[in-house]
Design a protein around this ligand. Structure first.
Ligand code: DX5
Ligand code: ZN
Length: 212
């Protein structure tokens, strides 16, 4: 089975967002990865609730919302109301990860926990039984278009070894037709890709190269 592909709209053409979403839908993507940054947890600001609300109106893709923000617990409800299907927060931004996970679940959506490149996989072992997804960052969060950090991929088999059956292991950052294979062979089953897809001349072909 091929990995779940979640194109990151961070590298899409925001003036033609619907067109770009249609192209990844047509290519067979199941999810859409939406990067929310607050200028505090990461040194960049991206999009928020109103944009997600608008995207929700035009697509049935699973909206995979990656929160790179401080105090994620304060924003679960608005993002769920806007139409998120899955909310991933950062372990490094959470004082009590277990409380955030139950907040997300009580709001009726799936919960993911993410770790930055310097964070050890052991830090999240206690939460693997409670989350639906683990997001292993393979670049420093904050910007699209960076190069894949190979050492981060070695966390994948460790997490897989400690994970209950059915946990989704997602990778994000520097994913292309080569690094995707490295990650899936190590046990990742969801791929986020931004610039490789949306900066490609042929967006559909780029998606398909990750799906097969
Ligand atoms: C980075 C974001 C990514 C970003 C990936 O902080 O979490 O989702 O869009 O971009 P690429 O695929 O270009 O590395
Ligand atoms: Zn992301």
């Amino acid at each position: 089975m091929s990995a779940i592909l979640s194109p990151s709209i961070l590298s899409a053409d925001f003036a033609n967002l619907e067109r770009d979403i249609r192209l990844v839908e047509k290519a067979g993507a199941d999810w859409l990865h939406i990067d929310v940054m607050d200028g505090h947890f990461v040194p960049n600001i991206t999009i928020g609730v109103p944009v997600i609300k608008s995207i929700r109106k035009i697509t049935n893709l699973v909206l995979d919302v990656h929160l790179m923000i401080e105090n994620p617990e304060k924003f679960i409800e608005p993002f769920v109301k806007a139409g998120a299907d899955l909310i991933t927060f950062h372990y490094e931004a959470a004082e009590k990860p277990e409380e955030i996970i139950s907040l997300i679940h009580s709001a009726g959506v799936k919960a993911g926990i993410s770790i930055k490149p310097a964070t050890k996989p052991e830090s999240i072992y206690p939460y693997l039984k409670d989350v639906d997804l683990v997001l292993v960052m393979t670049v420093e969060p904050g910007f699209g278009g960076q190069s894949f950090i190979h050492e981060c991929a070695s966390k994948i088999p460790l997490i897989k070894e400690h994970a209950p059956a059915g946990l989704i292991i997602q990778v994000d950052g520097g994913i292309n037709n080569i690094t995707s294979k490295i990650c899936t062979s190590l046990g990742a089953n969801s791929l986020v890709a931004g610039s490789y897809i949306f900066k490609a001349e042929d967006i559909e072909a780029a998606c398909q190269s990750l799906l097969h």
